[in-house]
Design a protein around this ligand. Structure first.
Ligand code: FES
Length: 160
């Protein structure tokens, strides 16, 4: 008869009495320690915010810059012009520039810009968002994240 069989431990967890061997106790401690070590890494990956602009483009110091003389971005020189850049939609409203997260908060479709209505409709189920990103029409219920935009000469800067 082994030591464990001769001298089992009685452990009370949550008011429940449990007869355990030393091996059982060590196993639970090891599993518990692993959980403690792994959990912070899992929580960090779960709570990490999505990078609003992805990992490419002219990013840095929490901003992106677009040179409006570049044909790729020159559509923004015209009132009503808009483009999708990385995870953003950027629009020239005629009086200002607006940058919103491009993914509709309902189901993730990429929104458009409607300069006549001065809003951002979603082509999938009809949600509409204001120039500040708030919901104008559902089914979306959550506002789009909005980013401040400034223009200096030909350089448009979106502050993330
Ligand atoms: S994904 Fe935009 S309204 Fe459904």
């Amino acid at each position: 008869m082994s030591f464990n069989e001769q001298f089992p431990c009685v452990v009370v967890l949550d008011g429940n009495k449990e007869i355990m061997t030393r091996r059982d106790i060590i196993r639970k401690i090891v599993i518990g320690s692993t959980t403690v070590l792994v959990t912070p890494a899992l929580l960090e990956s779960c709570t990490k915010q999505e990078d609003p602009v992805g990992n490419s483009g002219n990013t840095g110091n929490n901003k992106i810059t677009l040179d409006l003389t570049d044909p790729a971005y020159s559509v923004l020189n015209a009132s009503g012009g808009s483009l999708v850049y990385l995870n953003l939609i950027i629009a020239n409203t005629g009086t200002s520039f607006v940058a919103l997260a491009k993914a509709c908060t309902h189901a993730g479709c990429t929104i458009n810009y409607d300069n006549g209505a001065k809003n951002f409709p979603c082509p999938c189920h009809g949600s509409k968002f204001s120039l500040t990103g708030s919901v104008v029409n559902g089914p979306a219920t959550v506002a789009l994240k909005s980013y401040s935009v400034s223009r200096t000469g030909d350089i448009l800067t979106v502050n993330l």
